[in-house]
Design a protein around this ligand. Structure first.
Ligand code: FES
Ligand code: FE2
Length: 336
């Protein structure tokens, strides 16, 4: 099995095709439902540049919309989380209810045929699974179908009982697939994460890949916060278990050469604040160790200086699986 064509990681038109054929059609992890329990609480984010938000409407229903004003397209809510009243566009102050109806269009003027009922916010799909909220702009399959083997994999873990404690956002200069290739293999652990390597039984590291899930396991030695199981889910989210909790992340492209990671850390209450902080910082430290190799690999792909090389049958089956899924999405769109 050969690594995928490096052009797929650097070309603008591939990113635009992924936005349309992959990011708009799949369920995207928005975050813990605990952030969307209070009436009028919202979480706003981007999906490959497409602005969306979810809101717990005043009638108690969880809804999601494009974060795009129906007048001339301004962003309605800033990215992040908070509480909204009626949603007022900052540009010309059109006002929408938290259920998406247009309520006011100040100073618009009289126009025959202009009906506010014709201009509600554009709804998108929203779903909840085990305490996690997902949104999808135009889902090709149901949320459970996309989750695939992950449902059974986590059936015995009480993930919905964990409380979200911290969010972190990190940005680096590499294509989202370079980072994903890196995340779904353990082969780089000895070279890139020496301290982490020393804390696991690397000889027993195992990777499986099927039905939307790459599962990596290794027995941890004493003192490691991780429980020795790291999961990646198609197309772009991760979940890692640690003692007394877990983290999730979404790998979101900003463009073809820049990626943001949105991490959430959850705990079950068995760790005190100091232990939680050690777990959070330990995880973020390992994550950051991957940035440099991703950034420099991106440059090699962009320069034309790399021709596809071989993938390890033992350790890189997750890479092969992910790349095959991407190739399926892009099939027929580009001459390669
Ligand atoms: S763009 Fe929102 S009111 Fe004009
Ligand atoms: Fe890594």
């Amino acid at each position: 099995m050969l690594n995928i064509d490096p052009g797929v990681y650097v070309r603008r038109e591939v990113f635009l095709a992924e936005r349309e054929a992959l990011f708009a059609t799949t369920w995207q992890l928005l975050g813990p439902v605990a952030k969307l329990v209070e009436r009028r609480s919202y979480v706003a984010t981007e999906i490959a540049g497409m602005k969306v938000f979810a809101v717990r409407s005043n009638d108690g229903v969880l809804r999601a919309f494009r974060n795009v004003c129906r007048h001339r397209g301004a962003r309605l809510l800033p990215e992040g989380e908070g509480t909204c009243g009626p949603i007022r566009c900052p540009y010309h102050q059109w006002q929408f209810s938290d259920a998406g109806e247009l309520l006011k269009a100040p100073w618009y003027g009289e126009e025959a045929g202009f009906d506010m009922a014709d201009w509600p916010l554009e709804p998108i799909a929203v779903g909840e699974w085990r305490g996690l909220v997902f949104v999808a702009i135009a889902p090709a399959v149901g949320l459970l179908e996309q989750l695939g083997d992950t449902v059974a994999e986590l059936a015995g873990e009480p993930i919905e009982s964990y409380a979200p404690v911290r969010s972190e956002r990190m940005v680096f200069e590499a294509n989202w697939k370079i980072y994903t290739d890196n995340f779904v293999e353990g082969l780089h652990i000895p070279g890139i994460h020496p301290a982490f390597h020393a804390a696991i039984d690397f000889e027993a590291f195992q990777t499986t890949a099927h039905d939307g899930l790459v599962r990596m396991t290794a027995p941890p030695k004493d003192g490691l916060w991780y429980r020795g199981k790291w999961l990646w889910m198609w197309p772009n989210w991760t979940l890692s278990l640690f003692q007394g909790g877990m983290n999730t992340s979404r790998i979101n492209p900003l463009d073809e050469g820049r990626t943001e990671l949105i991490y959430n850390f959850y705990f079950d209450g068995s760790q005190d604040a100091e232990e939680q902080e050690r777990t959070i910082q330990g995880t973020l430290g390992v994550v950051r160790e991957d940035f440099e190799v991703c950034i420099e690999t991106q440059k090699n792909y962009a320069s034309g200086g790399y021709r596809p090389g071989p993938l390890s049958p033992r350790h890189e089956r997750g890479v092969a699986y992910f790349q095959a899924k991407v190739a399926e999405v892009l099939a027929g769109r580009f001459d390669r």
